[in-house]
Design a protein around this ligand. Structure first.
Ligand code: GMT
Length: 380
């Protein structure tokens, strides 16, 4: 197949999933055309089947808000025609689904047409999409897609609950490449961070409000009273100042390191003992899956799609959002040397169920299904 993938190129989960999906499909012999505004962070790999089309546009003083969506739609039209795409797969509804709708309308005037699949990732539905400033466009453009996927049953349900969707939504979960995300020997790093053999707790995110990173710091504060432990915070974002202030207030700074947006997150995970994902909402929790693949058990909230990934009492524990005491108690249980090895083994076993080789065929089957229906419809 000749597939156009539209995505956000940054560290966000939707961009990571879209890039890894494209790389996986390219390895299987499909031609993949990434369409976005800068080189995707995870596109660090050469393959003769991978292509990158940058969306650039004229800046003009009149534009207080640069019309990215229009430039994106124009680029989609260009790539569909010149690269003879069989399918456009857009990741994150806003504004990719509506740009794809516009591209389709333009293509029809040129005697061309292409099926569009929209993958819903999370905040495009649960946070941003629901906002009245976007809702009508999101509902319309999802309904105009030829195929819709969501990354968890919970996100599918949330979408049906909050938008008047008239089409089926297929659930295809996030996945992991276990060749990249695996426990690596990084003893020197572990010794540098934990010179006295402290246990290591880690959190990675974009430090947005929805992640409740302050809960991680509060749990860590409690743990530190009971055992020697260190905290690594990977990523960055708008809540960083608040988190730093809380570390100062609780006097945990000496045992906490902010590592920033590092790319080789698997190296940090390889030396970690516990991953914390305290989000208020989380459609799937790709960062938790990456941790599990590196044999790190997970304390997560029981919000959104997290119970579909983290198995309570097996790969970690599920706790109520904001319940610091429960999270502390469960973290102490996991970090106990009697329990830790089993939880580590279970975390990896659970991650194996989401190995890319299990999930890629679901996307390929869905592509074929959508293309067949689309062709049947336009031949009538
Ligand atoms: O909020 C983020 O972490 C980024 C966001 C995105 O769309 O880039 O992530 C969402 O998509 C990921 C990939 O499908 C999911 O694993 C994350 O759970 C989801 N984030 C939220 O729902 C908050």
């Amino acid at each position: 197949m000749n597939i156009g993938i539209v995505l956000y190129p940054t560290f966000g989960g939707s961009g990571v999933v879209a890039t890894e999906l494209g790389k996986g499909l390219a390895k299987e012999g499909h031609k993949i055309h990434f369409i976005t505004y800068s080189q995707p962070t995870r596109l660090d790999f050469f393959n003769e089947n991978l292509f990158y089309h940058e969306v650039d546009f004229l800046s003009y003083p009149l534009f207080r808000y640069p019309p990215y969506e229009l430039a994106l739609a124009s680029k989609m039209v260009d790539v569909v025609i010149h690269e003879k795409l069989d399918l456009l797969h857009v990741h994150y509804a806003i504004p990719h689904a509506s740009a794809a709708y516009m591209a389709k309308q333009i293509l029809k005037t040129k005697g061309a047409d292409v099926p569009v699949i929209t993958t819903l990732h999370g905040t495009d539905i649960t946070l941003v999409g629901k906002d009245p400033s976007f809702e009508p466009v999101v509902t319309f453009s999802i309904n105009e897609s030829d195929g819709i996927t969501a990354v968890s049953e919970n996100l599918k349900q949330d979408t049906l609950d909050h938008f008047a969707i008239e089409k089926d939504i297929a659930v295809i979960p996030n996945f992991i490449d276990l060749n990249r995300f695996k426990k690596q020997k990084r003893d020197h790093f572990k010794t540098a961070i934990c010179p006295n053999n402290e246990k290591l707790v880690v959190h990675t995110s974009n430090f947005r409000k929805v992640k409740r990173v302050e809960d991680v710091v509060r749990v860590f504060y409690n743990l530190r009273k009971s055992m020697p432990v260190k905290l690594l915070l990977v990523g960055d974002g708008p809540e960083r100042i608040k988190i730093e202030n809380l570390c100062r207030e609780l006097d945990t700074c000496d045992d906490t390191r902010f590592l920033g947006k590092i790319e080789a997150v698997e190296e940090v995970l390889s030396v970690s003992d516990l991953f914390m994902m305290t989000s208020e909402k989380e459609s799937f929790g790709l960062a938790a899956l990456e941790a599990m693949a590196c044999e790190v058990p997970v304390i997560s909230s029981n919000a959104g799609g997290l119970p579909e990934l983290n198995v309570d009492g097996y790969s970690g524990f599920l706790c109520d959002v904001g319940d610091i005491d429960q999270m502390t108690e469960k973290a102490l249980y996991i970090l106990d040397d009697k329990n830790l090895p089993k939880f580590k083994e279970n975390a990896l076993n659970r991650a194996k169920e989401f190995e890319i080789s299990n999930i890629l065929p679901l996307y390929i089957d869905y592509y074929n299904f959508v293309i067949e229906n689309f062709n049947a419809r336009i031949s009538v």
